[in-house]
Structures are given as C-alpha cells and as structure tokens.
Ligand binder design. Structure first.
Ligand SMILES: NC(=O)c1ccc[n+]([C@@H]2O[C@H](COP(=O)([O-])OP(=O)(O)OC[C@H]3O[C@@H](n4cnc5c(N)ncnc54)[C@H](O)[C@@H]3O)[C@@H](O)[C@H]2O)c1
Length: 390
C-alpha cells in the first residue's frame, strides 16, 4: 500500500515543515480543485501552490482572492475582461514559470486530462490527474509514456484505496484470509442521480457516463483489493433510456433539471471482466437505475477461503468448525472523511515526487483501470460480444 510519511491530519494547525517543497500549478481550478487546495493548505505543508490555469476568469479570481496566487501566475483567462484567452494555457504557464514549478495538479474535465499531463510531463513536471485518468486507453498510454520520457511521477486521483476498511481488507488478503480471490461484484448505482452541473452527460467531453464517472471509483478499489491481476477480456452492455428524456426531468429527484438535450452517455452499464488468473469482476453502475435503494456504493468478494464486503469491512469465513461473520470493531472514522482521503492521495503523490517513494495509484494503475472501462465500452459498441483487452 501507499507510503504515508507525512502527516495528513486535518484537525490541527498546519505543522512546521522545513524540508524541500513541491511547487505545484493547479490546472482546472473548479469544484474538485477546491478540495485539493484545502488539502494542501490544511494537511500538506510540503506543497506550495504557485500558479493556476483555467479558461474561466471567475475561477482564476478565486485562486487569487482565496488561495493567494499572484495574478501574474494565473493563466488562461483575463481577470479584467472576464474573457477566455487560451484553452491550452498550461503551455504558457510552462514557458513563463517553468523554473518556478515542479509539478502540476490536473483537475479539468475528462476531455482535458491527457494533453496537459503529456505536455507537462515531457517538460519534466510531475503530474497528478483526477479520475478517470483519461477518456480512452490510447490517451492513458500517452500519459504513462510521457511520464517515462520526462522521468517524473504520475498519479491518478483514486481516494477509495485509502479508506480504512479497504486497507484492513488488503492486509487480511495479504495474510491469506481469502485464499485465491475468484469473483468480485462491484455495484455503484444511483436510483436517480444524473449530475445537473458540469459536462457529465456529454460523451464527447467525458468519455462515458456512470461507468467512467462513478463506477470507476469502486472498480479501482476492488481491483486494488484483487491484487491488480491483468485484465484480459470484457463483455457488457450500456443503455440510455431516461437521461435524454425531457419528461423524466419532471420526476422528483435529488438533482433535477439536468441538461437532457445534450445527454449522450449511458444511464446503465453492466459488465463482466476476466483476468489472467481466471478471476472475474462483475460491474453494475448507473445514474438512473430502477432499484429500491437511492445510492449503492460497494463491492463484495468471494475467495477460496473467505469473502468480504466493502465498505463495511466485514469478512465471511470458517473458524473452528463454524461459519463466521467478522465485523471490524474499530475503523478510524476520521480516516474515512472526504478531506482526509484527499489529503492521503495527494500526500502520497507529493511525497513520491519529493522522495522518489513508490506511488499508491500510479499512472500504470490508472491505465489498467482505463483498460477495464474502455473494454466494457468497446464490448457494448460491439453489441455485447466479449472483446479482448490489450
Ligand atoms: N476524485 C473524486 O472523487 C472526484 C470528484 C469530483 C470530480 N472529480 C474529477 O475532477 C475533474 C473535474 O471535475 P469538477 O467537478 O471539478 O469539474 P468543474 O467543472 O467544477 O471544474 C473543471 C474546471 O476545469 C476548467 N477547464 C475546462 N477546460 C479547461 C482547459 N482547457 N484549461 C484549463 N481549465 C479548463 C473549467 O473552467 C473548470 O473550472 C473531472 O475529471 C472529475 O471526474 C473527481
């Protein structure tokens, strides 16, 4: 698991830190970037945010006014006129501030993950990119290759692997509690939860719907739990039956009023992935599933000696001639909090950049998860036939 040499406590004053700092430029200063900036400010004294890039002037104004980044270090839009100046302004940032920046933190929408990472890694800057790594396997491969060329660290924004229950299950796995893991079932379903902000309904900008946006989190941590076997084949299907219908926007729901006119992603994706060790992962993910629960986010696993459930951390096995269900008596609730998880994932990356330590969620890990996602989309495009994953 991850190296966590630097404190990520979110409940105290920022610790004194006298070591070398990682000077970071944030590319895409919208919603999730605010969580990153909070983690840097409150928990990661080894990071200094020195620049910001966005196509929106109001987002850059927040970088200046709330996060104290000087106007000369803000790129992409003009704060006075409010106009966008460039859609590839990270290049200007590299030209003008290359000697003052060690790393970039990419928090743009999915369609703008690949190119900034490729350009910045080739320029010798470490990169962190939010999930999903990319829209396609080809993009993810280009990103991994660029990090190799630049000799830099590339990490992907998967935080569920740092949840206390997952860490406990991974430790149990390493102690042989589950034997060989044969089957994992991932369920990430919303009864009605189509995002009514951003570009989450637009396939050309996102690469897909619930599978690539929310399924990805539980696919990733289930994959980590399995020990990251090589995915070899995928079969599945996707369906759109609700998100593109105007009448459905009138049904009472937590996030009403999404843009049904531009909705081109799937509502439901069901899939089946085979791995080189014979194990199988089954995936159910949806923004709009006709199910009893409002929100399901879990995986269950079955092995030759035991099984488990995440996020409860419960283990099902045999002990002393009896079938037993084992529940953790304590899992640190503070470690499961949103801000703490972001501090863990960003701290792991920052420490990796500063010390050379191995990363928790590397570019290669992101690429394998991307292979699973796009294998399922490819199979759906082929009418549900099994496709090879390369
Ligand atoms: N890890 C998580 O749990 C988690 C949670 C939410 C979002 N995310 C991911 O974070 C990414 C961003 O999501 P968000 O909710 O913050 O979206 P957002 O729309 O709030 O923010 C994206 C920002 O990128 C900017 N942007 C767009 N194109 C740009 C370009 N070419 N150059 C510079 N800036 C550009 C936008 O103006 C906006 O400010 C997505 O990939 C999403 O999947 C991850």
């Amino acid at each position: 698991m991850a190296n966590d040499s630097v404190s990520v406590k979110m409940d105290g004053p920022r610790r004194e830190y006298r070591g070398r700092k990682l000077r970071v430029a944030v590319i895409g200063c919208g919603g999730i970037a605010q969580t990153h900036l909070t983690a840097y400010r409150d928990a990661l004294p080894q990071v200094d945010v020195g620049a910001g890039v966005d196509i929106r002037a109001d987002r850059l104004a927040v970088m200046r006014d709330k996060w104290g980044v000087p106007e000369a270090a803000l790129f992409g839009a003009d704060l006075a006129s409010g106009k966008t100046r460039s859609e590839t302004a990270w290049r200007e940032m590299l030209r003008k501030m290359g000697d003052k920046i060690d790393a970039v933190d990419v928090c743009t929408p999915n369609f703008a993950h690949c190119q900034p990472v490729v350009d910045c890694c080739k320029a010798g800057k470490h990169a962190f990119v939010e999930k999903p790594m990319a829209m396609t396997v080809e993009e993810a491969k280009r990103m991994v290759a660029a990090a190799k060329v630049g000799g830099v660290k590339l990490s992907v924004g998967f935080q569920n692997r740092y949840r206390p229950a997952l860490e406990a299950l991974v430790e149990a796995r390493d102690n042989g509690v589950f034997g060989d893991i044969l089957f994992v079932k991932v369920r990430r379903l919303r009864r009605r939860g189509i995002p009514n902000w951003g570009v989450f309904g637009r396939r050309e900008l996102q690469g897909g719907g619930p599978l690539i946006d929310i399924g990805v989190h539980f696919i990733e941590c289930a994959y980590e739990f399995m020990g990251c076997p090589k995915p070899v084949a995928a079969s599945g299907n996707t369906w759109t039956y609700l998100g593109n219908r105007k009448d459905k926007t009138r049904v009472r729901s937590p996030w009403p009023g999404w843009d049904w006119k531009t909705y081109t992603v799937e509502d439901l994706a069901i899939g089946h992935v085979r791995f080189d060790n014979g194990a199988i992962m089954q995936i159910e993910t949806s923004f709009a599933a006709h199910i009893e629960e409002n929100d399901v986010a879990e995986f269950t696993a079955m092995g030759t000696r035991g099984g488990c459930q995440f996020p409860s951390g419960r283990i099902f096995t045999d002990q002393h001639g009896t079938m037993v269900n084992i529940a953790p008596a304590f899992l640190d609730p503070a470690g499961d909090e949103w801000n703490a998880l972001f501090a863990r994932k960003l701290g792991n990356w920052a420490d990796g950049c500063l010390t050379g330590a191995e990363l928790g969620a590397s570019g290669e890990d992101g690429l394998n998860v991307q292979r699973i996602l796009n294998g399922l989309y490819d199979s759906a495009a082929a009418g549900g036939k099994e496709v090879e994953i390369r």
